[in-house]
Design a binder for this molecule. Structure first.
Ligand code: PMP
Ligand code: GLU
Length: 396
C-alpha cells in the first residue's frame, strides 16, 4: 500500500534509536554504559510529582484550552520576565507536547513549499527532518571546532537567498555544547533584520550555561524579539522528558496560527503535565540549581577523560550536557579485521565490543565526531570512558 513521499523521506531520530537500543540491552541484563540520548538521569523533583498527584486527585483530567492553560502560560511568561526581563502576553505563549512539537509548530507556521531555512551544522538531528516535513528546504551553514562551533556571520550571510525565511539557532547547542556570545547574536539579529527573516531560537538548554551569562535571543533588541519564535520546554531543566511539555513565545499572529494547527492536531498537552509544569516553573528552584552544578562537574570530568585518550579529543563545552568528540584520527584504524571507516561504524563497534552507547556525528551532519551525553552518573562516565580508552588502545 502507498506511503506518502513525505513520510517515506523521514529518517527516524538517531538519538532516540540509540537510546532505545541502549535501554533494551540494559533491560536484558547487559552492563552497557549509555552516553546516547540527552535525558537527565535525575528523577523529576518531588514538588512537581506532588502537583501531578494533586491534579489527579482534584479531577484536573479534562480537556484544557488547546494551546495550554491560562496558569501555565502565565507561569511561562513570568519566568521570561524574571529571568530575562522579557515581557510577553499570555496570548503569545503556546504550550505543546514537548519542545519537539513546539519546533514543529514553529516551522509549520511559517513555511511554504520551497522556502529555505538556515540550519547551523553540526545541527540537532531533528531540525532538517522537521523542515522537510513542512515542505521546506534546510540550508546548512557549517561551524567549525576551531571556532568553538560558533558559525561565522559571513557564512550565514552567503547562505541567504531570496527563498530564505528563517534561521534556526540552538543556544546552548546540541550536539556541540557551544554558547553564543553577544556579538554573534547581535550580528545574527542585524542579518535577520536586513533580510527580514524569522529566527527560531531553540533555548531548551538555557538553564545549562555554565558561566550563567546566558543571553536569550529576544533580549538583543525589540526588533529581534518581534521576529523570534522562542522555543523552550521543561524536559531538560526539570528532568521532565516523559511529561512532554514544551512552549513557544512569539508574535501574536504566529501564536494564533500555531494554536489553530494544534487545536486540530493534538488538542491540549496532557492536563496533568500542564498542572505539574506550572508548579515546576513557580516552585522552588533549588533542585534545578543542584542539577546545574552536577552537570558542570561532570562536564569537567568527561572532558579531561576524553582528552586523556590519544586518538580522541574535544573542545570544552560551555553549556547543555553534550560533548562533541573528534574521532577523525580513529578513521581508517582497525579492530582485528574490522575497519572503522566512519562515525556510524565507530558507534556500532564500540557498542557491540565494549558495551558503550554513543551517537555517531553523522546524525548531526559531521562524520568526524561522536556525541556523548554526560547526563549520566560520574561512575558511568569513568566506566564508559575507561572502556573507550581500552577500545582505542586496541585499534591498529
Ligand atoms: N531541542 C533540542 C536541541 C533538544 O536537544 C531536544 C531534546 N529532546 C528538544 C529540542 C526536544 O525536547 P522535548 O523532549 O521537550 O521534545
Ligand atoms: N534531544 C535529546 C537528544 O538529542 C533526546 C532525544 C531526542 O529527542 O531525539 O538526545
Amino acid at each position: 500500500m502507498k506511503i506518502s513521499k513525505k513520510a517515506a523521506a523521514v529518517a527516524p531520530s538517531a538519538t532516540l534509536k540509540i537510546d532505545s537500543a541502549y535501554k533494551q540491552m540494559k533491560a536484558s541484563g547487559l552492563d552497557v554504559v549509555g552516553f546516547g540520548a540527552g535525558e537527565p538521569d535525575f528523577d523529576t523533583p518531588a514538588y512537581i510529582k506532588d502537583a501531578a498527584k494533586k491534579a489527579l486527585d482534584t479531577g484536573f483530567t479534562k480537556y484544557t484550552p488547546a494551546s495550554g492553560t491560562a496558569d501555565i502560560k502565565k507561569a511561562v511568561a513570568a519566568r521570561m520576565e524574571r529571568k530575562y526581563g522579557l515581557k510577553y502576553d499570555a496570548d503569545q505563549v503556546i504550550i505543546s507536547n514537548g519542545a519537539k512539537h513546539s519546533l514543529y509548530n514553529s516551522i509549520a507556521a511559517i513555511t511554504d513549499p520551497g522556502d529555505e531555512i538556515i540550519v547551523i551544522k553540526p545541527y540537532w538531528v531533528t531540525y532538517p527532518e522537521l523542515i522537510a516535513m513542512c515542505g521546506g528546504k534546510p540550508v546548512f551553514v557549517e561551524a567549525f571546532e576551531a571556532d568553538s562551533f560558533i558559525p561565522k556571520i559571513e557564512a550565514i550571510r552567503s547562505a541567504i537567498t531570496e527563498k530564505t525565511i528563517a534561521i534556526i539557532l540552538n543556544n546552548p547547542s546540541n550536539p556541540c555544547g557551544c554558547v553564543y556570545d553577544k556579538k554573534t547574536l547581535e550580528e545574527i539579529a542585524e542579518l535577520a533584520k536586513e533580510f527580514d527573516l524569522y529566527v527560531i531560537s531553540d533555548e531548551i538548554y538555557d538553564e545549562l550555561d555554565f558561566n550563567s551569562e546566558f543571553i536569550s535571543f529576544p533580549t538583543i533588541s525589540e526588533d529581534a524579539k518581534e521576529r523570534t519564535i522562542l522555543v523552550n520546554g521543561l524536559s531538560k531543566s526539570y528532568a521532565m522528558t516523559g511529561w512532554r511539555i514544551g512552549y513557544t513565545l512569539s508574535s501574536k499572529a504566529i501564536a494564533k496560527a500555531m494554536s489553530s494547527m494544534q487545536s486540530h492536531m493534538t488538542s491540549n498537552p496532557c492536563s496533568i503535565a500542564q498542572f505539574a509544569g506550572t508548579a515546576a516553573l513557580e516552585g522552588p528552584q533549588d533542585d534545578l540549581n543542584a542539577m546545574i552544578a552536577t552537570f558542570a562537574e561532570r562536564k569537567n570530568l568527561i572532558c579531561s577523560l576524553i582528552n586523556d585518550i590519544d586518538l580522541i579529543s574535544c573542545v570544552e563545552p560551555k553549556g547543555a550536557f553534550y560533548v562533541f568528540a573528534n574521532i577523525s584520527k580513529v578513521k581508517g584504524k582497525k579492530l582485528g579485521d574490522k575497519e572503522i571507516r566512519d562515525s556510524l561504524e565507530f558507534a556500532d563497534i564500540l557498542l557491540s565490543e565494549e558495551l558503550v552507547a554513543v551517537v555517531p556525528g553523522a546524525a548531526f551532519g559531521n562524520d568526524d565526531y561522536i556525541r556523548l551525553s554526560y547526563a549520566t552518573s560520574e561512575e558511568n562516565i569513568k566506566k564508559g570512558l575507561g572502556r573507550i580508552k581500552d577500545f582505542c588502545l586496541k585499534l591498529k
